[in-house]
Design a protein around this ligand. Structure first.
Ligand code: UD1
Ligand code: MG
Length: 477
């Protein structure tokens, strides 16, 4: 029995992820496994699955774009880091058996090895848990599926019920090509057995490749039971080879998320027009209209309404707030000073822009074409039209007029503007920071302020109005 991390009774789980292939059909400079699905690289989904299995170690086999893939994966897993991560390179790529052979030096003898592919992102941890149980530390367990059109896949050849071999499409007899049950590319196998079988592989086949699938024959020869764990959900074993397949899996993923949200009671105007690229948690009676994109960590309180066509990233929105259409909310890292908060009952948008560090209190109103960055607004403060608040501290009930801006940047440094409670700022004001507007004060429209103002005062800073009676405009000579 290994350490506390082992959730499987039979042996610790060590995951091998094959990701050396070229991905020619993506027609992209980016290595295939780094293409994003729901905002995360394909291979990151597979690593997250390994983490859900509480794998002891994960070995990533890279080849094409190896250094780029390794760098991206290392960056992403630093934060999570639940397992030992090894990178192994396969150069040149001589087949799936050859790929796994490269991992042998780092594989321990006491584990169950689960072989996954970096381009098969949506396998459910539950499915793999069942596959690992089918292996049980002694058997060779293959994940299989029936396809109406099995063209291109390795066929599961049985004698009676017992699995005899996997035969690749190009090596299959016409009779074998009729078999609908195919190998998914995913197996669970005791490490000690795997090591022995891999040393016996050759490449005497139609593709002159070292086939991982040939180990089935060796298991049969050695009298080791081979079990096929058959599933019915093709999405879980679907690989990405082309932009079309990537888009299809993206929709499959998003449909899964939409169904989960609706099961929790979230009302979606259209489950086919929702994109969650991160985590979205919703309290009771949340409504989300069409074409909204959620990124990072978003939490929506009870009764929150999100209008159509909103982009919503890294924000916590409290109960009863309404986000009107076309609002853009882009918070920084969750928990950092750049995260965004929207208070209970706040009204945001349409066409509002909340940038990193916007912290809006209860019942704050932000209207159209208003941008808020690194600013706090206390309860009941309003900026309803065409305005900019940057590096500002805005007190309760402040009314911030149309077209007003904080001039927070002097070309070298940023400065703060403090607007105390109950201030009214007229339209089209420029508040040149650092600056404090005293509580209860009023600033006349069109003012450019450079000095602090006293509480309760009316401050006007613009040219005094003059009228010249009966003014005659010049006329053309
Ligand atoms: C393989 C299986 C086939 C199965 C199919 C499921 C073999 C011999 N055949 O087919 O039975 O039905 O998967 O999709 O295993 N890779 C490497 N190095 C290599 C070759 C491949 O890392 O030298 C990686 C690829 O990047 C990919 C995965 O292994 O992630 C599978 O390779 P692919 O060529 O798609 O599978 P097939 O060999 O066609
Ligand atoms: Mg191949």
């Amino acid at each position: 029995m290994a350490g506390a991390q082992n959730i499987f009774p039979d042996a610790p789980v060590d995951v091998v992820i094959m990701a050396a292939g070229k991905g020619t059909r993506m027609k992209s400079k980016l290595p295939k496994v780094l293409h994003p699905l729901a905002g995360r690289a394909l291979v990151q989904h597979v690593l997250d699955t390994a983490a859900a299995l509480q794998a002891r170690q994960v070995t990533l086999i890279t080849g094409h774009g190896a250094s780029e893939v390794e760098a991206a994966v290392a960056r992403a897993t630093v934060a999570t880091g639940q397992f030992d991560l090894n990178f192994v390179r396969q150069e040149p790529q001589l087949g799936t058996g050859h790929a796994v052979q490269q991992a042998l030096p780092v594989l321990r003898d006491d584990g169950i090895v689960v072989v996954l592919s970096g381009d098969v992102p949506l396998t459910q941890p539950d499915t793999l848990t069942q596959l690992i149980a089918a292996c049980g530390g002694t058997r060779l367990a293959l994940l299989t599926i029936d396809f109406a059109d099995p063209t291109g896949y390795g066929r599961i050849v049985r004698a009676g019920d017992a699995v005899q071999a996997i035969v690749e499409q190009k090596d299959a007899t016409p009779a074998q090509r009729q078999i609908k049950e195919v190998y998914s590319g995913i197996m669970a196998v005791p490490a000690v057995r795997l090591k022995k079988w891999l040393s016996r592989l050759d490449n005497k086949n139609a593709q002159a490749e070292y086939y991982l699938t040939d180990i089935v024959k060796f298991a049969v020869l050695d009298g080791v039971p081979v079990v096929a764990h058959k599933i019915h959900d093709a999405v879980q074993v679907a690989g990405v080879n082309s932009p079309v397949q990537l888009a299809e899996l993206e929709r499959a993923y998003q449909r899964r998320v939409a169904l989960q949200l609706m099961e929790q009671g979230v009302r979606l105007a259209d489950p086919a027009r929702l994109d969650v690229r991160g985590s979205l948690s919703c309290a009771q009676d949340v409504f989300i209209d069409v074409n909204c994109v959620f990124e990072g960590q978003v939490s929506l309180g009870e009764g929150v309404k999100i209008g159509p066509n909103c982009f919503v990233k890294n924000v916590s929105i409290a109960a009863g707030a309404v986000i009107h259409p076309f609002t853009h909310i882009e918070g920084g890292a969750p928990g950092s000073k750049d995260a965004i908060e929207v208070g209970a009952g706040a009204l945001i948008g349409p066409f509002a822009r909340l940038r990193p560090g916007a912290r809006l209190g209860e019942a704050v109103h932000i209207g159209n074409f208003v941008e808020v960055k690194n600013s706090t607004m206390a309860k009941g403060a309003k900026a309803n039209h065409l305005a900019y608040l940057g590096d500002a501290t805005v007190g309760a009930r402040v009314n911030y007029g149309a077209g007003s801006i904080t001039a927070n940047y002097d070309g070298a440094n940023k400065h703060r503007t403090i607007i105390e409670a109950d201030v009214h700022i007229g339209s089209n004001c420029v508040l040149i920071a650092p600056l404090t507007i005293g509580a209860g004060g009023t600033v006349g429209g069109g003012s450019t302020l450079t000095k602090d103002t006293p509480p309760l005062a009316l401050t006007v800073a613009r040219a005094r109005q003059v009228s010249l009676a009966n003014w005659k405009r010049p006329s053309k000579k």
